[in-house]
Ligand binder design. Structure first.
Ligand code: ADP
Ligand code: MG
Length: 726
């Protein structure tokens, strides 16, 4: 794959998944994914534990054994209470006897327990408590409590410490206590027991041959796992903490190796599948190119020829088309679709939002319908009757090009002859959705095509992937890059302005509108509450309408009905609205070339990639465009850096690189938001050297040692394999 060295990570905001269950069901339906065997019925209590474990993804003994502690607690020491008072902010363990225990009602209901040792008293304060705790902590009871001490009104106290009732002289643990990621209703004790039981049952044999372990100085699997669950007293705690301990290294290497093996295998398997060759670049393709009002840029020409070559092959293309905002990916998508249609097949184009899908539909229909192409439109918001009609046209093969939102997958649409699936702004789809999309091609056609061919896939994204990601999650994709903008664009000038100069900005908006320029006004992002966000948008609209009575002002936000959104966007496109007040619904892909001024309120709340995407909505025509970033001072250091970056550069790749620098790659792929851990142990930033090792070794193993590959994948992936491929 060809990845420029300039690429870097960006934040990938994730679209809320409207119905997570749907995707979960889809995933379990994958034909090549082994269904989990139904467990024999066991008594209700055991079942409940099983369910709780299953919710954490812990289904097999090996899952449990590989459920490693996220941290450790040191309960091997007891600190005298007086001394603990000098260790403010650090977790300590103290031991004492309860001298008073009472429920207080001021300032709010709480349980206040005083314990004492020879050195002094300490208050334990519980704002939430069970009635039974008053009995459990009756005067005279001896407890060990662990928490952070703070100076309270009445002296030293711990708020909500972890505590145990003990007998005098109870021995202290001699090893660090592991703390596991746990779920609701699943205590550490239960997890520890379940893990210990699983450890007694599994097959510990190492999956990696001795020679390989020796060459990388890797620990044995068993030794590593046992140490991590039960670290001995003399263990290097810092190395455990930062996961540089050889035991962690072994785990991380194993995980990365499994990922590489699985990706490479997927790639080989994909190449072994048959796709419909789409060899004809015929009348439609050439007529389309002729009617385009512009010539393709050199970069567009290059990626087009890469895609064209892929489409001719009889194994499925899986290509990611990257290009900065405004680089002209849509026309490439349309040309790819034209090749499918020229070859007698259907193409489908999916976008993550209705506004974008709608815009694609209009634009591409306007290009293609005059050339005789039948285009169908399908989104979730269509009326039932319209949906049925569209589906019938798709099923019969009458519709040659289908454009819509991910409703296309949700509705379980059947295609007559699907040759090509195009996914726009693929990074905006959630992890599960991306997964479904990548697998969907298989399902869409497998069901109806006896030859078992799969469609080609083209994914598009304005978000560059960093090298490490490219080597991991995207290792089985081909990548094309449009690294040039169409000519004649004047770069957008970015101004960073304090919120207290808002009135001046409104004045400028006014002046610009009177000159015939169109303006976006982007409302503040309020991540915590959609309702509040909506309220803010409505308020902003009202104040601007009041301040600028002679302008025509529109409002568009996520809660509008699809048709209402369309009406507003249409009016804006036709130039009937001067000023469009919008939430981030306009972030992705919206293309109105006459818009040349954008104001973003509370720009400090947005992430870099989001600001870049938003700004990309202006500067699409020949007029010099301006983007005003209004901020509320004081600015934190990262917000400052972000705004400075926006002022200094308009290059998406550079912005991505800096974003990576500022944030680290922790939130890549939206994995965190979706709650689905992709890599559990390895960290792509700090473990890059391991990624590279795993990559080369995976290649060797696949070539020379299929038995090891098999063993290793069976241990590490089980049913998780799919998630490593998103
Ligand atoms: P993106 O890559 O962000 O999806 P678009 O496909 O929306 O960008 O293209 C941005 C704008 O540039 C569109 O109005 C499109 O018609 C126009 N465009 C695309 N390619 C060219 C070109 N080679 N020359 C001039 N304009 C172009
Ligand atoms: Mg686009």
């Amino acid at each position: 794959m060809s990845i420029g060295s300039t690429m870097a990570d960006m934040r990938l905001p994730v679209l809320a998944i409207s119905n997570p269950l749907f995707y979960a069901v889809q995933l379990t339906l994958r034909p090549d994914m082994p269904a989990t065997k139904p467990k024999p019925t066991t008594p209700a209590r055991a079942n409940k534990l099983e369910d709780k474990l299953a919710r954490l993804g812990l289904r097999s003994d090996m899952d449990l054994v590989l459920h490693l502690p996220m941290r450790y607690e040191d309960e091997t020491q007891v600190t005298p209470i007086r001394e603990a008072g000098f260790m403010i902010g650090n977790p300590v363990q103290v031991e004492g006897v309860v001298t008073s225990c009472e429920v207080q009602f001021r300032p709010r209901r709480q349980l206040v327990v005083t314990i004492e040792d020879e050195s002094g008293p300490l208050v334990m304060r519980f704002l939430n408590f069970y009635g039974s705790q008053t009995k459990q902590l009756a005067t005279g009871t001896r407890v060990r409590a662990r928490g952070e001490v703070r100076h309270g009104f009445f002296g030293e106290e711990m708020v909500h410490p972890a505590y145990k009732v003990i007998l005098e002289g109870a021995p202290l643990p001699t090893v660090l206590t592991p703390v596991y990621p746990a779920g609701e209703g699943l205590s550490q004790t239960l997890l520890r027991k379940a893990i210990a039981a699983a450890m007694a049952r599994i097959d510990w044999r190492d999956t990696l041959p001795e020679s390989l372990r020796a060459s990388l100085k890797l620990w044995m699997f068993e030794a590593a796992v046992r140490l991590l669950h039960n670290p001995p007293p003399e263990v290097d705690e810092a190395a455990l903490e930062d996961r540089s301990h050889p035991a962690w290294v072994r785990m991380k290497f194993d995980e990365l190796l499994a990922q590489q093996l699985s990706l490479k295998r997927a790639q080989v398997a994909r190449r072994a599948k048959t796709a419909t060759a789409l060899p004809v670049i015929g009348e439609l393709s050439s007529a389309f190119l002729k009617t385009l009002p512009f010539a393709l840029t050199a970069a567009q020409e290059r990626v087009l020829s890469e895609i064209r070559a892929d489409l001719r092959a009889s194994f499925p293309m899986q290509r990611l088309l990257q290009g900065d905002v405004g680089s002209g990916k849509t026309v490439i998508a349309a040309l790819a679709a034209a090749q499918a249609i020229d070859s007698g097949y259907q193409a489908v184009l999916m976008a993550p939002t209705e506004i974008l899908a709608d815009q694609h539909f209009r634009k591409i229909a306007a290009w293609m319908e005059p050339l005789g192409v039948k285009v169908a439109w399908l989104t979730g918001s269509l009326k039932k009757k319209e949906k049925t009609e569209a589906q019938a046209r798709i099923e019969s093969g009458d519709a040659q090009l289908v454009i819509g939102t991910h409703a296309l997958i949700q509705e379980g649409v059947q295609f007559a002859r699907l040759g090509l699936v195009i996914v726009d702004e693929q990074h905006r789809f959630g992890v599960e959705q991306r997964l479904t999309l990548r697998n969907k091609g298989l399902e869409m056609s497998a069901a109806l095509d006896s030859a078992n061919t799969v469609p080609h896939q083209l994914m598009m994204s304005a978000t560059p992937i960093p090298r490490t990601l490219a080597m991991t999650y995207y290792a089985d994709l081909e990548v094309s890059v449009i690294d040039e903008l169409p000519p004649g664009r004047t770069p957008v000038i970015t101004r960073v302005i304090d919120q207290n100069r808002r009135d001046e900005v409104i004045e400028r908006v006014h002046a610009a509108a009177l000159e015939g320029r169109q303006v976006y006004w982007v409302c503040p992002l309020i991540e915590e509450s959609e309702a509040l966000q909506l309220q803010t948008a409505t308020d902003t609209y009202a104040t601007l309408a009041e301040a600028l009575p002679d302008l025509r002002i529109g409002l568009v936000h996520g809660r509008l009905k699809a048709t209402e959104k369309q009406q507003v966007m249409d009016a804006f496109t036709r130039g009937e609205i001067h000023l469009l007040v919008a939430t981030t619904v306009i972030e992705v892909g919206v293309d109105v070339s006459n818009a040349s001024l954008m104001v973003i309120e509370h720009a400090e709340r947005f992430g870099l990639s989001q600001l870049h995407q938003l700004r990309g909505r202006v500067g699409r025509g020949s007029a010099a465009s301006v983007c005003v970033l209004l901020y509320q001072s004081p600015l934190g250091p990262t917000a400052k850096q972000r705004l400075a970056t926006m002022r200094e550069t308009t290059d998406g790749f550079e912005i991505a690189r800096r974003d990576l620098e500022i944030r680290g790659p922790g939130e890549f792929l939206g994995a965190r938001q979706s709650g689905q851990a992709l890599l559990r142990f390895a960290d792509l930033e700090t473990d890059q050297w391991l990624v590279e090792k795993a990559r080369t070794i995976a290649q060797t193993l696949l070539r020379e040692d299929p038995a090891t590959v098999q063993k290793h994948l069976a241990r590490w992936l089980g049913a998780r394999e799919d998630f490593l491929k998103v």
